[in-house]
Design a protein around this ligand. Sequence first.
Ligand code: DX5
Ligand code: ZN
Length: 231
Amino acid sequence: MPGQPARHVPLIAPSILAADFARLADEAAAVKGADWLHVDVMDNHFVPNLTLGMPVVESLLQVTDIPMDCHLMIDNPDRWAPPYAEAGAYNVTIHAEATDNPVGVARDIRAAGAKAGLAIKPGTPLEPYLEILREFDTLLVMSVEPGFGGQKFIGEVLPKVGTARRLVEAGELTILIEIDGGINADTIEAAAEAGVDCFVAGSAVYSAEDPAAAVRSLRERAATASRHLTL
Ligand code: DX5
Ligand code: ZN
């Protein structure tokens, strides 16, 4: 409706994978105003890279008020995901490819007080998971192969966003749709137009001279691009 504010307020989640790991408290402070702080947990098994785990997340939770969005790129989330929720993460996302029991893990995460997210890799179809998405709060559509920051955005994943968006608009799902990988000033508009609610951005935020300003600028671009949508 003209003149009506969009119901669809874009959230920006800077990924600290692109931050200086020796100065994580400062790097969290540098994105003041961000909606979520995206923390990539990698175990060198599910993905060929190793980052950080519970001790670092617990320390980070002490130094920032930004809701923490833990993206677990790990095997056996059944065992390892609930502690992130217990520690105080806002949203805990597991990979669909990493467990045979995603619903059980989602229930454990929610029971421990966090929102539960389901992530799918670029080559993973959405359809097999549509039924179980009602057990989740967020859907994370990966737009790069998980494991590393600074990769090129894979636009071919956007139809999955569109499918999820339509189901949300039809009232069949109440998830928030998140995208992760290669999001920057050039790619965020296409993602916003497809119906993304929450945009993870690592290098685009932390390579900027003023990361907090980069967050605001990405949010503005996403808001402008999605304004015409009847969401
Ligand atoms: C990749 C991670 C992303 C990564 C995004 O496996 O899940 O969160 O930090 O980094 P950019 O925005 O640089 O692609
Ligand atoms: Zn991530």
